[in-house]
Ligand binder design. Structure first.
Ligand SMILES: [Zn+2]
Length: 186
């Protein structure tokens, strides 16, 4: 029997669960505090506030109170959706600036090594030219002359790979930056 025949249609349609603190929290609230749209909500529900460090919480920029992330407006009337969008934009901007700063720093750090590699170029090129023009087979002297150039190239390449790897981490973070990640890191 084939594998896809054994698996029911619903299971194959399953997708990885996305982080939606809002919906789960709303469902929980509906269970503990009565159904949605209750005309006479209990005092407990109206007075309920999330913990300040919860992923489901946002601190109102206007009144300073902790409010549920799922609410569009704070209880003081401040527009929380707009505040969250502003925070998200600022977070993205911050990531981009970090990347620019890191790549500029990497360029600065790599400049002397690039110059050293440039300085090593004649050590490799001239012996090769000599071999080419004179027709001499690879003598030990020629290899000795090429050695400093090759060593400079090797060192420069190692340093460059190391510095580039560090700024790659930030570049990857930016490529994977999602709204959910922003909520997590907030
Ligand atoms: Zn408020």
């Amino acid at each position: 029997m084939k594998l896809d025949q054994e698996i029911p249609e619903e299971v194959r349609k399953l997708r990885p669960r996305k982080l939606r603190p809002g919906q789960d929290a709303e469902r929980l609230l509906a269970h503990t505090c009565g159904a949605e749209g209750n005309p006479n909500p209990s005092r407990q529900r109206r007075g309920l506030r999330p913990k300040a460090d919860s992923i489901n919480a946002i601190r109102c920029a206007d009144c300073g109170q902790v409010e549920y992330l799922t609410r569009e407006d704070c209880r003081c009337g401040h527009y929380l959706v707009g505040q969250l969008q502003d925070e998200h934009l600022a977070w993205e901007q911050d990531l981009l600036q970090t990347q620019e700063r890191l790549s500029a720093a990497a360029d600065r750090r790599l400049r002397p090594f690039r110059l050293a590699m440039l300085a090593g170029l004649p050590f490799v090129a001239l012996p090769l030219l000599y071999v080419g023009f004179s027709g001499a087979a690879s003598s030990f002297d020629v290899l000795l002359w090429m050695f400093p150039g090759l060593a400079l190239f090797g060192l420069g390449g190692l340093v460059e790979a190391k510095v580039v790897a560090r700024s790659d981490v930030v570049t990857k973070t930016i490529a994977n930056a999602t709204f959910e990640q922003f909520l997590n890191e907030r």
